[in-house]
Design a protein around this ligand. Structure first.
Ligand SMILES: CC(C)(COP(=O)(O)OP(=O)(O)OC[C@H]1O[C@@H](n2cnc3c(N)ncnc32)[C@H](O)[C@@H]1OP(=O)(O)O)[C@@H](O)C(=O)NCCC(=O)NCCS
Length: 276
């Protein structure tokens, strides 16, 4: 499987090759001891993914790719699986990514199966040719989201957020309204994935309760889910959020340089997406 981490060349990003960046998350949990998770960002054109899918797809995932799929859905399915397999390959280099299948569960949530993957979970999100995924130990549930920041969505996103959380984020983030609202939206969606409910619940339930700026990005807690924290990043026109259990249940070791590298990759992915 090819998950080599590419760096932007002086001549600019090479659109035909995939962009992959991974970030290892060191988690300290008093109940279970130290754990690791891996966050992956990937961007690749549909023809590259189709040509290389034999290197990362399980047969059961291949079966999801019916001829009836719209090209956009096919691209999302492939880039999401590719990012997830890159994360899994870093977390469990002893496992063949083709032996692990990510199939939809009854709530459409991603369910990982295959020898060696029993105690692992996956969350993923795609936006055009870009995807993020996090592979985590089931002991430490996580959710992830990725969205394009579009000024045209401001009115819609304003209706999907409450005034208190909009004020909280505006006080902490010196960014345009579309970015602030999209980052709030991503945080809610990432929480909904960690909870497995998706956006089928009243959005007010997923409201942000506190926000604080700082490395590695905007950090939040949630008004109704005190066990979880959210981290929000944005670069170019992409916003991403990761939700995971918060201290004291789990402490994430700081690694400012690795997060900055990940944020730079998000900038490059945004630039590539704009070309796609
Ligand atoms: C989860 C959800 C918020 C994602 O929305 P989105 O912005 O369109 O898409 P994203 O790219 O961010 O995420 C898509 C991924 O979320 C994951 N996902 C879907 N439903 C999920 C759930 N209930 N819990 C956790 N993750 C879920 C999937 O892995 C999906 O990608 P895949 O289909 O390629 O495997 C949205 O699809 C939703 O609300 N789903 C709930 C649907 C539901 O409950 N159906 C019940 C059927 S009985």
């Amino acid at each position: 499987m090819t998950c080599e981490e590419s760096a932007e060349s002086a001549a600019g990003p090479e659109a035909a090759s995939p962009l992959v960046r991974r970030l290892r998350l060191a988690l300290d949990a008093p109940r279970t001891g130290s754990m690791q998770a891996v966050l992956a960002l990937a961007s690749a054109p549909l023809d590259w993914l189709d040509a290389h899918r034999g290197g990362f797809l399980h047969g059961d995932e291949e079966a999801l790719l019916t001829d009836r799929l719209h090209a956009r859905r096919r691209h999302g399915l492939l880039i999401g699986r590719y990012a997830a397999k890159c994360a899994l390959a870093a977390l469990r280099p002893d496992l063949d990514p083709r032996a692990l299948a990510i199939r939809p569960g009854v709530l459409e949530q991603p369910v990982l199966s295959g020898a060696g993957g029993e105690n692992l979970g996956i969350s993923l999100s795609h936006a055009g040719p870009v995807a993020v995924a996090v592979a985590y130990p089931e002991a430490c549930p996580m959710g992830i989201d990725l969205e394009r920041i579009r000024p045209a969505n401001v009115a819609l996103l304003t209706r999907q957020t409450n005034a208190a959380e909009r004020r909280l984020v505006a006080a902490r983030l010196d960014a345009p309204e579309a970015e602030r609202l999209t980052r709030l939206w991503c945080l809610k969606e990432a929480l909904s994935k960690a909870l497995r409910c998706g956006l089928t619940v009243p959005l007010e339930l997923l409201a942000v309760g506190s926000a604080e700026a700082g490395p590695p990005g905007l950090g939040v807690t949630f008004a109704n889910f005190a066990q979880y924290r959210g981290l929000s990043l944005a670069a170019g026109d992409l916003a991403a959020a990761l939700v995971l259990p918060r201290p004291p249940a789990v402490t994430l070791a700081p690694d400012a340089a690795a997060w900055e590298d990940f944020r730079r990759a998000l900038t490059e992915a945004a630039a590539r997406g704009a070309d796609a």
